[in-house]
Design a protein around this ligand. Structure first.
Ligand SMILES: O=C(O)CCC(=O)C(=O)O
Length: 257
C-alpha cells in the first residue's frame, strides 16, 4: 500500500498558511550522500556552465565571487538524483498537498557560503513564472545543514498565498533576484534540522536573511506543479533557467487587472 506522509491537519495548515514544515524527510545517512554530491557542484567538479549564477548579484558586499550561489537543474547533470529519496518522497508529499497530477517542474541548489551576508529578497515565486491557468504549485526546500536565522533559514508570510501577488521589481541588477515590499514583522521564520524541509506555494511570500556564520547553508529545492502546466510552460519556451540561469524577468504585467 502506498505510504501517506501527511495528516489532514497538515494539509489544512498548508492550504491556510501557504507553507508547511516536514521533519526528517531524509535520514542523516542520506543527508551525507546529498552533501557529497552538493559539494561536487559547489567546487565545480561537476561543471554546470550557464546553469550557475549569483542570485545575490549586486546585493552583497562582493567580497566573494558569488553572494548567493544558485545552480539550476542539478538532476540534468547527476541523473540518479531524480530517482533518489528526496525527489521521490517530496513528489509523493506534493501530490498529497496539491493533487495527484503533479510532477517535478525543476530542481535547484541555493547555497549561502560562510560570511556572505546576503539576504534572499522578499518575493513570491509566481512573480518569476508565466501566468499559468492552473496555479497549483509546491516548492520543497530541503536543509542539508542546520538552517537557522543567522545562516539564512526561510521566513514565510502566513496567508499571503490567499492574497494578490505584490508588485515586484529587480532587487539589484537587471536579470537578478526580484523583490517586493514586505517585512519580517509579517512573517514567521522556520529553522530546520538537516534532512527536514518546508513546502510552500507559488504565491507564498518568503525571504531569508544572509549567512553571517562560518559554515555553508546548503538548500536543495524542488518545484512541483500539474503535468499539463509543465507542458504549457515548455510550449511557451519557459524552462526555469535550463542553460540560462541568470536571465530572470519580472512578470508583473501578468498580474495586473
Ligand atoms: O534559499 C533561499 O534563500 C531562497 C529560496 C527560495 O526563494 C525558494 O526556494 O523559492
Amino acid at each position: 500500500m502506498k505510504k501517506t506522509y501527511l495528516s489532514e491537519e497538515q494539509i489544512d495548515f498548508f492550504n491556510k498558511n501557504g507553507y508547511l514544515t516536514v521533519e526528517a524527510l531524509i535520514t542523516p545517512a542520506e543527508v551525507a550522500i546529498y552533501k557529497a554530491i552538493y559539494n561536487d557542484f559547489l567546487s565545480k567538479k561537476i561543471d554546470v556552465g550557464a546553469n550557475r549564477s549569483d542570485l545575490g548579484d549586486g546585493l552583497g558586499d562582493n567580497k566573494t565571487d558569488e553572494n548567493i550561489t544558485q545552480i539550476m537543474w542539478p538532476s540534468d547533470f547527476v541523473k540518479e538524483l531524480a530517482s533518489m529519496p528526496f525527489h521521490t518522497r517530496a513528489l509523493d508529499i506534493a501530490k498529497e498537498l496539491i493533487g495527484a497530477d503533479v510532477e517535478m517542474d525543476f530542481d535547484m541548489l541555493i547555497n549561502k557560503a560562510p560570511g556572505t551576508n546576503t539576504s534572499t529578497p522578499w518575493h513570491q515565486d509566481e512573480a518569476y513564472w508565466l501566468n499559468l491557468p492552473d496555479k497549483r504549485a509546491a516548492s520543497c526546500w530541503l536543509a542539508l545543514d542546520q538552517a537557522t536565522v543567522d545562516n539564512g533559514c526561510m521566513w514565510f508570510v502566513p496567508g499571503s498565498n490567499l492574497k494578490a501577488v505584490r508588485m515586484h521589481r529587480f532587487a539589484g541588477k537587471e536579470g537578478g533576484a526580484l523583490t517586493c515590499d514586505a517585512t519580517e514583522d509579517e512573517a514567521v521564520c522556520v529553522e530546520l534540522k538537516p534532512g527536514s524541509c518546508t513546502f510552500h506555494q507559488g504565491r507564498t511570500l518568503h525571504y531569508s536573511r544572509g549567512n553571517s556564520t562560518s559554515s555553508d547553508r546548503r538548500a536543495f529545492i524542488l518545484n512541483f506543479r500539474p503535468g499539463e502546466m509543465i507542458k504549457y510552460e515548455r510550449a511557451h519556451n519557459f524552462d526555469h533557467g535550463r542553460n540560462n540561469a541568470g536571465d530572470r524577468k519580472v512578470k508583473n504585467e501578468n498580474f495586473k487587472g
